[in-house]
Design a protein around this ligand. Structure first.
Ligand SMILES: [Zn+2]
Length: 187
């Protein structure tokens, strides 16, 4: 079984990252395949891990969407390339929540300008706190993908019964430790 994984953008994204959509292994923000038993996966530590599957099971994709990718439209571009609409389903995995994700004033204003269609209470529920999950959800719905499963909680503040962090979070201080999200077409 081949595995194609995208690296966590926060670790390498210098603003000049080449955002590609790949149909094979390598370094990219999104992978897709129509081949059986080829896994597509992404590695994240706060950013949005998005998994997509056509309802007939014939095509799957994994997308890594950090704030840059969301702003740059990685999700709409992947959906356009896949010609995805309501015949697709999506799952958004553990993502840093708005309460834990404080951004600069400039970035908050930039997102408010880029996404006028998202209610302010969803996009920026409190001052300079950006909701990445809401942006991904909005972009999916805009493309006609409305079957969206929000899996997992916040990478930064989710705790288990013992009070220990459930996920790896770059914002919380984890380095070189992330979580994988992936899927493949069963043979
Ligand atoms: Zn949180």
């Amino acid at each position: 079984m081949g595995i194609a994984a995208a690296e966590e953008a926060g670790a390498r994204d210098d603003g000049r990252a080449d955002r590609r959509v790949a149909a094979a292994g390598g370094e990219a923000d999104a992978f897709h395949t129509q081949q059986r038993e080829i896994a597509v996966s992404v590695i994240t530590a706060d950013c949005v891990p998005l998994l997509l599957a056509r309802r007939d099971g014939g095509h799957v994709a994994a997308v890594h969407a950090g704030w840059r990718g969301l702003a740059d439209g990685i999700i709409p571009r992947v959906l356009a390339q896949l010609e995805a609409g309501d015949e697709w389903v999506a799952a958004i995995g553990p993502t840093i929540c708005a309460a834990c994700y404080e951004v600069s004033e400039v970035l908050a204003l930039d997102f408010a300008r880029r996404f006028p269609g998202i209610p302010a209470a969803d996009l920026l529920p409190s001052h300079r706190h950006l909701n990445l999950r809401a942006i991904a959800d909005y972009q999916l719905r805009k493309a006609g993908v409305t079957a969206i499963d929000h899996a997992g909680g916040c990478t930064c503040c989710a705790r288990d019964a013992s009070g220990n962090p459930v996920f790896r979070s770059y914002r919380r201080g984890d380095r070189n430790s992330q979580q994988h999200a992936g899927l493949y077409i069963v043979g």
